[in-house]
Design a protein around this ligand. Structure first.
Ligand SMILES: [Zn+2]
Length: 451
């Protein structure tokens, strides 16, 4: 399997070639455990779990190291523990347990290593010491700050103009800062705040340094893939890169940077004030979204219907359709032995995790090769667990996503076999669903809804 991945660093889709094919190394920024994770966090978990599964298939399950950290020291954690009147450790243990249940509910494999920030103070102190020694960081007023102007190519990942970066850094104006973009590596801990002894006094780390320390300890100075949500590109990932590169003197921290797109809920930005804020835990266990709870497989399939780099609109309707599709697939595969995933499914995923295409291929397999459909679902990490006996969701008027994606895949297959009569028949069937198809010169097909 040859894999192509879009790299945020180069803004191009490139052939992926690991530093060591026997030890492919991936890091993704995990959650800060102060509250339940929302469904936007769920998208990140699913996308990088899928990457992990695809890499395991390509290089062998024993040859991929996936590190997803837990941030268990943070101002938000301190504030929430104080608000609830419980010790910090009790809060982080409680939220970590819920997070683990959420990730399992979404069908995510445990990562190879799940480091916690509090277990990596020695590595953070070592990196900060190196940065001070080589002039990349300075001490001021009990803090240690990264000196951004000391790094000439700071900003290579996000490619933002300087004034935008200054505005985007949203830094509090602190008199001890030399430059507006300088960021905190270490800060003093007040009396009862959690703190660790360091050469710069009792204190705690800034957020960015945690990931530089954990990725170094578990993956080395340079590794293959670093991932996270698109909102982490700046400043978090830019600052991770600055710390790691300046501490170890390499041209890159990771060769490939992958970011998943934003998530909206029912067409709007998710926010607590709009009342559309929904957690993974609520989706799996309560009736808050659409008046009922949802099986993890339906959540996962609904999420994967959009390509990971595209924005996604997370809706009740999409969940209903995903669930109905899974119920159909379960019926079609009843008593069938799973086979290896079909080549077309694997090829779609190897092309920068093209899940819409992979799902269309699965629809096409339903009648002809149900065993390969099961294998493909296994590779996507989508299970039938918790599905209702029959889907309660009824088909609605208008185009049905599952149905039309299936027809498009069947039509593409017919065209490959030069079966023009069948291709025309399927074009008419699609038109009946309100979908207009257009055949492009390069052999691909595009389509659009015609209301
Ligand atoms: Zn990070």
């Amino acid at each position: 399997m040859s894999l192509r991945l879009y790299n945020t660093l180069t803004r191009r889709k490139q052939d992926f070639s690991p530093i060591d094919a026997k030890d492919v190394r991936v890091y993704a920024c995990g959650p800060t455990v102060y509250d339940h994770l929302h469904i936007g966090n769920g998208r990140m978990l699913i996308v990088f779990d899928l990457l992990f599964r695809v890499l395991r298939r390509a290089y062998g399950a024993g040859h991929v190291r996936y590190v997803r950290n837990i941030t268990d020291v943070d101002d938000k954690i301190n504030a929430r523990a104080a608000e609830r009147g419980i010790p910090i450790g009790v809060l982080t243990e409680e939220m970590t347990a819920i997070f683990h249940a959420d990730a399992a509910g979404l069908g995510c494999l445990p990562p190879t290593v799940e480091p916690r920030a509090t277990g990596h103070m020695a590595e953070m102190i070592e990196i900060i010491g190196r940065l001070i020694a080589n002039g990349s960081a300075y001490q001021a007023d009990g803090h240690v700050l990264f000196d951004v102007p000391s790094m000439p190519d700071y900003g290579r990942l996000s490619r933002r103009p300087l004034d935008e970066m200054i505005a985007g850094a949203r830094v509090e104006v602190a008199p001890y800062k030399r430059g507006p973009m300088d960021f905190v590596l270490w800060k003093p801990a007040a009396g009862d705040e959690p703190g660790w002894d360091s050469p710069w006094g009792r204190g705690r780390p800034g957020w960015h340094i945690e990931c530089s320390a954990m990725s170094w300890r578990h993956l080395g100075e340079v590794f293959d893939i670093h991932g996270g949500g698109i909102d982490l590109v700046f400043p978090h990932h830019e600052n991770e890169i600055a710390q790691t590169r300046c501490a170890f003197g390499h041209q890159v921290m990771a060769n490939v940077w992958m970011h998943n797109g934003h998530l909206q809920v029912e067409g709007e930005k998710m926010s607590k004030s709009l009342g559309n804020f929904v957690t993974i835990h609520e989706l799996l266990t309560s009736d808050k979204f659409g008046g009922r709870s949802w099986p993890g497989g339906a959540l996962r399939l609904a999420m994967l219907r959009a390509h990971y780099r595209q924005p996604i609109d997370f809706t009740v309707r999409a969940l209903e359709e995903a669930e109905r599709t899974l119920v159909e697939w379960r019926r079609a595969t009843d008593g069938v032995e799973p086979e290896a995933p079909a080549e077309d499914v694997v090829a779609a995923l190897a092309d920068d995790l093209n899940t819409p295409r992979a799902i269309a291929e699965l629809h096409a397999l339903k009648a002809k090769r149900p065993g390969a459909l099961l294998g493909g679902l296994g590779l996507l990490g989508v299970s039938f667990d918790g599905l209702p006996a029959e889907s309660g969701a009824q088909p609605r008027e208008g185009a049905d996503f599952a149905a039309f994606m299936g027809l498009i895949a069947e039509r593409e297959a017919a065209r490959r076999q030069k079966n023009w009569a069948e291709s025309d028949r399927l074009r008419d069937a699609l038109a009946g669903l309100g979908v207009a198809v257009k055949d492009n010169k390069d052999g691909t097909t595009s389509w659009e809804f015609r209301p």
